[in-house]
Design a protein around this ligand. Structure first.
Ligand code: BT5
Length: 265
């Protein structure tokens, strides 16, 4: 069972979005560690206004409210450790070794997406966010959608996700219990979050990210808000930033600054 941090787990049959729910809770002063999990989301969200698809009752749709002791530039480590805990859970429950596409998508063996992470809240560290309104430490809500049993096969997917999405079930070749995945995820997350409170702990988590990161060694196009560049992804720093060799120079990319990182070939 998950330890002391995640004792308040709120379950919903249907909700618009577990991230939206916890952001509202954070504004109202809810503490670190509240978890929201839903069978179905009517408006599941991805990044940049995109949608997250999942039929009712098949996948894990969960968000955690965190108030990490992290300086603003390092708060992107919170979603990174959620991705790492999810990868660990997939290994514990289904024996799968998943890669992480920097900064925090989980990919199956052939590069198709198994899970996506959405962090919202006081990531930039400004005043007036969900944490400061409540007078507490800044709040970061990290949601993860893990394709556990859907798709069972490619034919289940809408056309736009064929070839880009897969599930634990497809990868493992048998159904997977999503509540076991949730339990393993929260169990794995607790010590990783504790690590974020110290410099060596953060370096340990960044090193785990570097080891899991399948982006390294690949050609990438990095899209920032108002510019972009190409190069080879060569490293993840002790703060979790991506280093890209552009030929002439090494550029360090912050998770909070990127619109996306794509393979360039
Ligand atoms: C993400 O966005 O990958 C973040 C997804 C976070 C979902 C969780 S579920 C619990 C919590 N509550 C929420 O409301 N959200 C979080 P992004 O990188 O923008 O990817 C979205 C894109 O992935 C979509 O535009 C589709 O192309 C694709 N997509 C949608 N559903 C998918 C799925 N189930 N599996 C794989 N790809 C999907």
């Amino acid at each position: 069972m998950p330890g002391a941090r995640f004792t308040d787990i709120r379950r919903f049959d249907t909700i618009d979005s577990t991230n939206r729910y916890l952001l509202d809770q954070a504004r109202a002063g809810a503490p670190d560690g509240v978890v929201a999990v839903a069978d179905h989301q009517s408006a599941g969200r991805g990044r940049l206004g995109r949608r997250w698809e999942a039929p009712a009752g098949a996948n894990l749709l969960v968000s955690v409210l965190l108030r990490p002791e992290l300086p603003a530039p390092l708060r992107h480590l919170a979603p990174a450790v959620v991705a790492l805990a999810a990868a660990e859970a997939a290994e514990t429950v289904a024996g799968l070794v998943l890669g992480i596409k920097w900064p925090n998508d989980l990919l199956g063996s052939d590069g198709r997406k198994v899970a996506g992470v959405l962090a919202e809240g006081d990531l930039a560290g400004g005043e007036g966010g969900p944490g400061s309104a409540a007078g507490g430490r800044p709040a970061v809500v990290v949601g993860i959608g893990i394709n556990v049993n859907w798709p069972a096969e490619d034919g289940d997917l809408p056309d736009d996700l064929v070839g880009t999405a897969t599930s634990l079930r497809q990868e493992a070749g048998h159904p997977v219990d999503r509540w076991e995945v949730l339990d393993a995820l929260l169990t794995a997350l607790e010590p990783r979050l504790s690590d974020l409170g110290t410099v060596p702990g953060r370096a340990r988590q960044a090193e785990d990210l570097r080891r899991r990161c399948t982006t390294l060694g690949t050609p990438v196009r990095v899209q920032l808000a108002d510019s972009g560049f190409e190069g080879i992804a060569v490293d993840v720093t002790a703060e979790g930033h991506l280093v890209v060799d552009t030929g002439g120079e090494f550029r360090t990319v912050l998770a909070g600054d990127v619109v996306h990182v794509r393979r360039s070939t």
